[in-house]
Design a protein. Structure first.
Length: 299
């Protein structure tokens, strides 16, 4: 028993932030601190559970849609937390997770919470893949196993395809309908226009072939091309998928000799484009019932 305890301590001491590909950054809120002025012990499990949601996003896996397609769901079998030091109000934390083991019907995650380089918490989460109706375990699907293994190996989780509307229409149309017509209430007759046929389109898919993001590049006028119809699946926003679609379209514009790219950004997304180097110009205007602003970038 004593030797095993020493080995556990050694593993904890050696655990570093760089041991994890995935981390979720967060800040301790006032509501999470107890009368001792440290984070209440139960909240650390909530931190891990919150990070799991972001883990799926990094794996390029919209959770609900993926489980529906696979025909199963995942249920927590075990959750354990070990405390090494306490987090305090306003601390910035890195909640790290790694898929350590995938068995026949279960998968185990190792977690760690760091404040800078200081290890505060270690944890373990065990999930069982099961039939959501019968609540009986099922073998982990090969597609899910492959995605988790590929992510932990550091592989790219998405594929970017660029091409004509005739090639990508069946992939891009459902996502544009989901985002623009259903979510943002853009009239369908405004969403579909004749410019699709002349545009270059980009579609980003995950390893299961699910479409996660799309956009289009229109023909240039006086050396200025226009990018539009940028859409990212709701569950995947906050990842880098929109940036990858945008960069893919800008690469096409650059290769064909365009000098600048212009787009009409929804004002709610202005910060996203600014971080990528786009600059706003002119006044805010209405387009499809939403506030927009024109933004440009030199190629």
């Amino acid at each position: 028993m004593q030797a095993g305890h020493c080995n556990t301590l050694l593993k904890v001491e050696l655990m570093k932030r760089q041991d994890f590909r995935f981390s979720h950054r967060m800040r301790v809120r006032w509501v999470e601190v107890d009368m001792q002025e440290i984070v209440f012990n139960g909240h650390y499990l909530m931190y891990f559970d919150t990070a799991v949601t972001d883990y799926w996003r990094q794996v390029a896996m919209p959770y609900a849609a993926t489980m529906h397609q696979l025909g199963g769901d995942m249920y927590v079998k075990k959750a354990s937390v070990e405390y090494h030091a306490s987090a305090e109000m306003d601390d910035f934390l890195e909640v790290c997770l790694r898929c350590e083991r995938i068995g026949n019907s279960s998968m185990g995650f190792v977690g760690a919470i760091f404040r800078g380089d200081e290890l505060l918490i270690t944890g373990e989460l065990v999930y069982v893949y099961a039939d959501p109706v019968a609540k009986k375990s099922l073998p982990v699907p090969a597609a899910l196993r492959g995605m988790l293994e590929a992510f932990e190996k550091g592989e790219d989780m998405v594929d970017l395809r660029v091409g004509a509307w005739s090639e990508l229409k069946d992939l891009a149309s459902p996502l544009r309908t989901e985002v623009f017509v259903h979510e943002q209430k853009v009239p369908a007759d405004m969403e579909w226009d004749s410019e699709d046929a002349q545009a270059v389109h980009a579609v980003l898919t995950n390893r299961m072939g699910m479409v996660l993001a799309t956009g289009r590049l229109l023909q240039a006028s006086h050396g200025v091309a226009r990018i539009g119809r940028m859409a990212v699946k709701k569950q995947m926003r906050g990842s880098d998928l929109g940036r990858r679609v945008l960069n893919g379209l800008m690469d096409v514009a650059r290769a064909r000799g365009d000098k600048r790219v212009m787009l009409h950004a929804q004002c709610s997304a202005q910060g996203f484009y600014q971080r990528l180097g786009f600059q706003a110009q002119g006044d805010v205007f209405d387009e499809a019932g939403m506030a927009h602003i024109e933004m440009t970038i030199a190629l």
